[in-house]
Design a protein around this ligand. Structure first.
Ligand SMILES: NC(=O)c1ccc[n+]([C@@H]2O[C@H](COP(=O)([O-])OP(=O)(O)OC[C@H]3O[C@@H](n4cnc5c(N)ncnc54)[C@H](O)[C@@H]3O)[C@@H](O)[C@H]2O)c1
Length: 268
């Protein structure tokens, strides 16, 4: 499969690019920054620029897209919408034009982050963002669903938990996604038969998981790692109880309450 990986220079992008190549796929890479040590097609462009994205699709014969480009933290609402919604729109429009029918999207637990953490969260949980970042992920998911309905695109939104080499906090014992499982997740989402629009939770097979792995398993994602292996080495912190109150952990707390739009002073 010939796959466009956006955000290929990022933490997840590097792991996914290497993993897909190791599994025999062809990767065309895109990122704002220039390639470092990548032996293949690399486009140093802004994924929010529809003309730049269209050029990639005109020059490359693609089978699928893995969309990882985006700022993974909290900025102003407009920055978040550009980073997650406009980039997704540029890709989806190019996919329709060039008849590319599969996209795997790096959504986030923050799309449902303000949901109180009680029972196991299922994939049909109503959108409930905890931040502007989460709002943008909700909107990007909605756009994927619109293009699935209108154009028959297969779109898998992976609500990723905490992608790290190893868990570092008590919350991560529930939310961790290991690098190896991340590659398993992306490949399953790329190759699942006719998923239509689907949501899965991007976490490892954590003993303390807060989120349901069944939707992922239905798509062929079978995680093998478990954060529990590190449980004894993770020190308790004062914030642990607050971080366990909502699905989105620290993002759902007051420290993230801020104005939606950057003031003119902030814009310079
Ligand atoms: N890391 C996590 O735990 C986590 C959790 C949930 C969701 N996600 C999502 O996964 C994706 C990747 O996250 P990450 O942790 O690898 O982030 P990262 O910051 O390490 O990588 C993101 C990459 O995207 C590139 N990028 C950003 N905006 C771009 C644009 N407009 N055009 C082209 N390239 C652009 C950056 O240069 C960077 O290389 C993001 O969408 C993030 O929201 C990550």
């Amino acid at each position: 499969m010939r796959v466009l990986v956006t955000g290929a220079a990022g933490a997840i992008g590097q792991v996914v690019t290497t993993g897909l190549l190791e599994r025999g796929h062809d990767v065309v890479a895109l990122d704002l920054v220039a390639a470092e040590g990548f032996d293949g097609h690399w486009y140093p462009v802004d994924c929010a620029d529809p003309d730049a994205v269209a050029t990639v699709f005109e020059e490359q014969h693609l089978d699928a897209v893995v969309h990882l480009a985006g700022v993974p933290d909290e900025r102003s609402l407009t920055d978040e919408l550009t980073s997650h919604v406009v980039t997704t729109a540029a890709l989806l429009d190019a996919m329709v034009t060039h008849r590319v029918t599969r996209i795997v999207y790096a959504s986030s637990n923050h799309a449902v982050g303000r949901t109180p953490h009680t029972d196991l969260l299922t994939a049909d949980a109503a959108p409930r963002a905890d931040t502007f970042y989460g709002v943008a992920k909700v909107a990007a998911e909605s756009l994927l669903r619109l293009y699935a309905d209108r154009h028959g695109i297969d779109a898998v939104a992976c609500r990723i938990g905490s992608f790290l080499d190893r868990p570092e906090t008590t919350r991560h014992l529930a939310t961790w996604l290991s690098p190896a499982d991340c590659v398993r997740m992306v490949e399953a989402a790329l190759t699942a038969t006719a998923p239509g629009y689907a949501v899965l939770y991007g976490i490892s097979a954590n003993t303390r998981a807060w989120w349901d792995l069944a939707p992922g398993r239905e798509l062929g994602y079978h995680p093998e790692d478990d954060a529990e292996r590190w449980a004894d080495s993770i020190p308790a912190r004062e914030q642990d109880e607050d971080e366990a109150a909502y699905v989105g952990g620290p993002f759902a707390l007051e420290a993230f309450h801020r104005a939606a739009l950057a003031s003119s002073a902030e814009r310079g």
